[in-house]
Design a protein around this ligand. Sequence first.
Ligand SMILES: [Zn+2]
Length: 107
Amino acid sequence: MADVSLEIRKVIFEKYNNPDIRFTNDEIFEILQQNNSIDKSLVIDDVEKYFTDLCDAGLMRNIAQNFTTQYFKLFDDVEKIKCNSCNVESPIGKSEPRVCPACRASI
Ligand SMILES: [Zn+2]
């Protein structure tokens, strides 16, 4: 089972890597489904907690909500950083704490 938070980070890195643009949970969920990045049984409600986690991590913030659609913006550009502890390469915001999203090691 894929790490949903990491899959969301990858989509943001590839499609929305710009602090000036906004994106929604619906857009990202649709891309995750198209890419087969997440389990097919997951619905939008199941992934809501991962968006909350990414806000708590300091990657992005929730700027608006319209029913179940949530709008987000990045705090800063996102760059890919490879963790020396677990060898996973993760997209991390430039102003985000330098902690590996996969193994929690400092990077
Ligand atoms: Zn790591």
